[in-house]
Design a binder for this molecule. Structure first.
Ligand code: AHR
Length: 328
């Protein structure tokens, strides 16, 4: 007689148990949803990836994004050395819905429209390694990079000391229209001008490129002869190109002409160790940790200064061996 009632009780208990389990499951997943913040999507607009310096910079940003993958997602673009493509890349990143942009601007004025486009939709931009026209705190959040004027001035001071302030100098300049080429030239020439026996006898652009520098240097040797005893190149790649041109002309790089450049690439430190190059001022491309730390500060509403300057050391025959293994 009790049987149907028992069956009914058993069914009710089972239903209640299922409802309870579902409730617990839903509660857990809702709590999970509430705790899980969406990732910040960061766009990195790189100007090109054609040298160890640029490749190291891109990898540094990628590696740091991977370390913080629980909070960030990264999209990288490559403008292949064209400022107009870089503006289009930034607009594309905006269209893809990024929350913040790291921008390594190829040229100063030409990238202003990219800053404007991001500003219109309130996407914060962090300038990395070069400046673009605009104001920190208004058109972009901050600039992370070296003091390029100081780099140029330090290169000149090193030459002053090594030549006894007597030098006929060839200057190989970086990309025209870039803040870095402008400032490295300014810092260097300000120092040289105050020394009556130091003269820049030729100043030509080689666009930060090793191949172009080899050609430009060969042309300078053809037109000016070998009447120079120093070369100042705005980056190591151009110094390495110049070394090839000197060798082809029967000169001894590092001896017939002292060679100083900027960056601190492994190939430059090796050239210093061989005695073919004399010094290079560091300009680190490893921006990943600093860029993401700065972005996190910004997202956490901690004040970010208008400029974050990276310290650089000088490498020459006294310390090149010590640092070559950690160079890129
Ligand atoms: O903006 C930094 C400069 O750009 C580096 O010195 C150079 O090698 C790079 O192309």
């Amino acid at each position: 007689m009790n049987q149907p009632n028992n069956k009914w009780q058993h069914r009710t208990a089972t239903i209640l148990l299922v409802v309870f389990a579902l409730g617990v499951l839903m509660g857990v997943s809702l709590a999970g949803c509430a705790a899980k913040k969406p990732k910040t999507v960061v766009g990195f607009s790189q100007m090109e990836n054609d040298s160890p310096w640029r490749i190291t910079e891109t990898n540094s940003i990628k590696q740091e994004a991977a370390k913080r993958a629980d909070r960030f997602e990264l999209i990288v673009t490559d403008a292949q050395g064209q400022a107009s493509k870089q503006v289009a890349d930034v607009k594309d990143l905006i269209a893809r819905g990024v929350n913040a942009i790291f921008l390594a601007p190829r040229e100063y004025d030409a990238l202003a429209p990219a800053l404007q486009a991001a500003k219109e939709v309130k996407i914060p931009v962090f300038l990395i390694d070069r400046l673009a026209a605009g104001k920190a705190g208004e058109d972009y959040v901050t600039f992370l990079g070296s003091d390029f004027v100081a780099q140029g001035a330090n290169a000149a001071r090193w030459l002053v000391a090594e030549t006894g302030a007597k030098a006929n100098i060839v200057e190989l300049t970086g990309t025209p229209g870039s803040s870095v080429a402008r400032d490295r030239s300014q810092g260097f020439n300000e120092q040289v001008k105050t020394r009556p026996n130091m003269k820049v006898i030729a100043s030509e652009t080689a666009d930060f490129s090793r191949e172009k520098a080899q050609q430009v240097m060969a042309d300078i040797i053809k037109s000016k002869g070998k009447q120079f005893n120093a070369i100042y190149a705005h980056n190591d790649q151009m110094a390495l190109g110049a070394i090839e041109a000197l060798k082809a002309a029967g000169m001894q790089p590092g001896k017939d002409a002292l060679i100083i450049a900027i960056d601190g690439e492994r190939a430059a430190l090796e050239a210093i160790i061989r005695g073919e190059m004399n010094a290079t001022i560091e300009s680190s491309p490893r921006f990943g940790p600093l860029a993401f730390d700065t972005l996190e500060r910004y997202l956490n509403k901690i004040r970010v200064p208008a400029k974050i300057t990276v310290e650089d050391r000088l490498y020459d025959k006294n310390n090149a061996k010590e640092y070559v293994d950690e160079a890129y």
